[in-house]
Design a protein. Structure first.
Length: 45
């Protein structure tokens, strides 16, 4: 989990070859109300 503007952001990417650019798969800001403080587990609904 990365921080951007002081807010958490989940980023998933892949790098297949060292001489090629990294490919961004997805990036989003998780809803802090739905995740634990460390963003490892979803809170119960």
């Amino acid at each position: 989990m990365e921080k951007l503007d002081g807010k958490s952001m989940d980023i998933v990417s892949i790098s297949v070859e060292t001489d090629r650019p990294t490919v961004l798969i997805t990036a989003y800001r998780p809803d802090e109300d739905k995740w634990s403080e460390d963003f490892r587990r979803r809170k119960d609904a």
